[in-house]
Design a binder for this molecule. Structure first.
Ligand SMILES: C[S@@+](CC[C@H](N)C(=O)[O-])C[C@H]1O[C@@H](n2cnc3c(N)ncnc32)[C@H](O)[C@@H]1O
Length: 435
């Protein structure tokens, strides 16, 4: 996200009048990109953001332009923005994700586009003022839902999500950025018995990139969560090295991990049921630690701090689950009343967070039934966002003041790269560009 720059916002029908994504179509323009009459497209010099805070660097990537493929609601873009990159374009095929992305990245253009149908990528770059071969970073996180351990299928039966990884390689070749970063679940390294990753590496190495692959733990970089993600970074401007942890036992600083308590206990008001949520709420006191202070930058009040009301059965189960345990353990220990027992399909859900540790990976809160460490309820959207290291000012798409499509937002939040993890990678990319 660009820290400044002239807003290039475009209305998206169906929203509350907030400015949304560019979703215009023209026969001569790639879908989702502004037509010339709106002043955004043209000869490569067309749109420039007037960005006074952008660092002026020597060299050809001085404006730190970045593009985010499969941007979702924008976790990766948030982090790259905090690292100083000017993310000018996000591409995703989900209208709901695009709305939240645009809401929080008003200086970027978001294109609603199926990646597998994306052609003439350079005209997209030109539309946001990126001249040929001047893109500093091409970033992306293709969908990972199909990367189950059981999926060992090889070509030619490659499924859609596997193909999108290779589409990303095609875009790398076409845009020829100084650096690229592809993020995914660690399992990506082993799908198709490793052939998908090796095919990807083959394509980008042949295009001239030196590549490093690393499985990173979000908690190592100040995120209150033990999420692991695979990062594949390619460079055509000299070798890239991943960063060392800044938090936890493996860090030089000796800073401890940020815990669930650090993130969500202390300054947030009592959460309300979704149907009772009327608007922003006040913080109940000053931030209790650096993490809460950090989350509150740019925000004076708390939004989206509500929980899904689930009825009596789930609430009775919640009451029986101690911190760090899940329902399956209660049931297997014979502690569950017969009428509350769940079927095999539901055994992996219902888990209560532990206060004094980083959270487990935040997946879709409603589907996974992620329970607050102290209160018998699901965690709220705001709490999930904090545990993912989104600042409180990050807000979700809404209409008439009410949040839209909560279930989809819960999923997009679960899909996101934690911004603090993305910031750590982004700072490293930047260091590579500056040396
Ligand atoms: C893992 S999520 C990306 C998360 C994002 N990097 C973040 O940090 O918030 C994958 C995204 O890919 C999008 N997606 C799935 N299939 C797509 C396709 N064929 N073309 C474009 N986007 C697609 C989904 O809508 C989803 O937002």
């Amino acid at each position: 996200m660009s820290a400044s720059g002239s807003a290039r916002r475009l209305g998206l029908p169906g929203s509350d009048g907030i400015m949304g994504a560019a979703i215009l179509e023209s026969p001569t323009m790639p879908r989702g990109v502004l037509p010339p009459s709106r002043g955004a497209v043209g000869d490569g010099g067309g749109v420039r953001t007037s960005n006074s805070s952008r660092r002026s660097h020597e060299g050809q990537f001085g404006d730190l332009a970045a593009v985010d493929i499969c941007c979702g609601l924008g976790g990766l873009s948030e982090g790259l923005g905090m690292a100083g990159f000017d993310v000018r374009l996000g591409i995703d095929n989900s209208p709901s994700a695009a709305l939240t992305y645009q809401r929080n990245h008003p200086n970027a253009l978001v294109a609603l586009q199926d990646l597998s149908q994306l052609r003439k990528f350079r005209s997209y770059l030109s539309a946001v003022g990126i001249a040929p071969y001047k893109l500093a970073v091409l970033a992306g996180g293709t969908p990972c839902q199909s990367f189950s351990g059981a999926n060992t299928k090889k070509r030619p039966g490659r499924n859609e999500h596997h193909n999108l990884v290779l589409e990303f390689a095609r875009l790398v070749k076409e845009a020829y950025p100084a650096l690229f970063v592809l993020e995914n679940v660690p399992r990506m390294a082993s799908v198709e018995n490793g052939e998908l990753l090796s095919d990807f590496l083959h394509l980008v190495e042949r295009a001239g990139y030196e590549v490093k692959v690393k499985n990173l733990l979000a908690a190592d970089f100040g995120v209150p969560q033990t999420r692991r993600r695979l990062f594949v970074v390619g460079s055509r401007i000299g070798p890239f090295e991943f960063m060392a942890p800044t938090h936890g036992p493996d860090s030089y600083s000796g800073k401890r991990f940020v815990t669930v308590q650090d993130a969500i206990v202390g300054d947030l008001p009592t959460a309300v049921r979704r149907e009772d949520a009327t608007g922003p709420m006040s913080y109940i006191g000053p931030p209790a630690n650096w993490y809460q202070r950090w989350c509150r930058v740019g925000s004076r009040e708390v939004t989206d701090h509500f929980w899904n009301n689930l009825g009596e059965g789930p609430l009775r189960r919640f009451a029986l689950i101690p911190p760090g345990k899940s329902w399956v353990q209660i049931q297997d220990a014979g502690l569950a009343p017969a009428e509350l027992e769940v079927t095999i399909d539901h055994r992996s859900v219902y888990r209560r967070l532990e206060e004094d540790k980083p959270a487990v990976t935040i997946v879709n809160v409603r589907k996974a039934m992620t329970i607050h460490p102290k209160v018998d309820r699901l965690i709220t959207l705001r709490e999930a966002a904090r545990l993912q290291s989104f600042r409180d000012r990050f807000s979700f798409s809404r209409a008439g003041g009410r949040i839209l499509q909560v279930d989809q937002i819960q999923q997009q939040l679960a899909n996101a790269v934690p911004p603090l993890l993305a910031r750590a990678v982004g700072r490293r990319l930047r260091a590579r560009l500056e040396h």
